[in-house]
Design a binder for this molecule. Structure first.
Ligand SMILES: C[S@@+](CC[C@H](N)C(=O)[O-])C[C@H]1O[C@@H](n2cnc3c(N)ncnc32)[C@H](O)[C@@H]1O
Length: 394
């Protein structure tokens, strides 16, 4: 396995522009990427093992039960996974894909340690799998992939990670993903659907006797202190998450126990957080299925199949990139049809809309060409290896 830097080598966390802008929002915010230094990545793994954090457990079970069918449907040579982390769940899917044909796995992550660790583990567990870790941010990895034609590609985004972006960031990310896919390529991703606030508050806070969430959230401050010479008084913040009905998002906050004045000299910035005020350290959107279909259609992506856990209301979705004409029709409220695709939208949405165009009218690429391109692409990149769980204080 190999790791390739796709971002400004080792400098992406030192690029303070995004952090500066987010800290200047009405509720200061630290973007999620700062949660994943080496320590943060380990702490996230601890979260996935909390008995109350259902997301990893439910998604893993869905993948285990449906890996063969998903592999058949995605029918891909190249699996690009955004925010792959430990990739412990993805292994189910990769093993099923590799049983069908030689598969190249391209995990994308800002954590080099995670890329190396997961790559080694996967190579041992799935013989024959080719792994090329892309070290850097999503946008930069997608940019790179756009310039390097590969085989039949699927972009994978697990862990309901698509919900970690703000709506504006999500629109940009979906546009970047759609622009990286050729017509017929797939986008496989998971979403946590809306559910009772109490259940979400329980899942996104530590159960008694644990502190994985608390340590993970506070580590954002420790990381920013180290990287930007900031002086956040870490012990003066109490972590707590809660579901906000109006936005449909779980928000993770650090509540100040006393008035705070924070200096970030390397960003030429000073912020104040009053007692009871907070710093946002993460969103997790809870989705409405139909609205999501429409959002994807706006990017030329048609949801073709979904695997749902009905008890936990958690789903893995496969969307397909349409040809341009079909995408335009879909964006205008018309629904493309394809014999190869299973339309799994609710039936009332299926019957009342006119069928306009087959969305898979682009012939699949020649397999020989695909394998030659894949090998060339690989050579091109190889050379560059450069607290108290009370209600919120406010
Ligand atoms: C919530 S974890 C999910 C890990 C794994 N997909 C799962 O489902 O368990 C998010 C992962 O995305 C990575 N990540 C977060 N923001 C990123 C960004 N902008 N670009 C690249 N990787 C990012 C983190 O390092 C972390 O490994």
């Amino acid at each position: 396995m190999q790791v390739v830097a796709v971002d400004a080598a080792d400098a992406f966390w030192d690029d303070g522009a995004a952090l500066r802008a987010c800290l200047g929002e009405p509720v200061p915010r630290i973007p999620p990427v700062f949660g994943y230094d080496e320590r943060g990545s380990e702490l996230f793994e601890d979260i996935t093992e909390l008995p109350t954090y259902y997301l990893t457990r439910v998604e893993w079970a869905l993948l285990r039960a449906n890996a063969a069918e998903i592999a058949d449907r995605i029918d891909a040579d190249e699996i690009v996974e955004l925010g792959s982390g430990s990739a412990k769940k993805t292994r189910e899917l990769l093993a099923a894909c590799q049983r069908r044909r030689p598969t190249t796995y391209l995990p994308v992550d800002v954590s080099r340690e995670m890329l190396e660790h997961s790559g080694r583990t996967l190579c041992a567990a799935v013989p024959g799998l080719s792994v090329i870790g892309l070290w850097g941010r999503y946008e930069q990895a997608l940019d790179r992939l756009r310039t390097e034609p590969g085989g039949r590609r699927v972009v994978v985004f697990l862990g309901s990670n698509i919900g970690n972006a703000t709506p504006v960031e999500r629109t940009q990310l979906l546009a970047d993903i759609a622009a990286t896919l050729a017509p017929g390529d797939g986008f496989l991703f998971s979403v946590d659907l809306r559910k009772a606030a109490e259940l979400l508050d329980t899942a996104y806070n530590d159960p008694p006797g644990h502190r994985a969430f608390a340590d993970f959230r506070l580590n954002h401050l420790t990381h920013v202190n180290r990287r930007f010479g900031a002086d956040f008084a870490v012990e003066q913040y109490r972590p707590r998450a809660h579901f906000v009905e109006r936005t449909g998002m779980v928000e993770g906050h650090l509540y100040a126990l006393s008035d705070q004045r924070v200096r970030l000299p390397r960003l030429d910035l000073e912020i104040t957080v009053p007692r009871g005020g907070s710093i946002n350290v993460g969103f997790s959107a809870k989705f409405d299925g139909e609205r999501l279909d429409d959002e994807l259609a706006g990017h030329g992506l048609t949801v073709e199949h979904r695997w749902l856990d009905p008890e936990w209301q958690y789903a893995i979705l496969l969307a397909r990139k349409q040809a341009l004409a079909a995408a335009n029709s879909a964006a205008n409220g018309l629904t493309p049809e394809s014999g190869e695709h299973v339309d799994c939208r609710p039936s009332h949405r299926r019957t009342h809309k006119p069928n306009v165009k087959r969305c898979m009218d682009v012939p699949p690429r020649s397999r020989t060409a695909v394998h030659r391109q894949t090998r060339e692409a690989r050579c091109a990149v190889r050379d560059e290896v450069p607290g108290d769980p009370g209600r919120p204080v406010r």
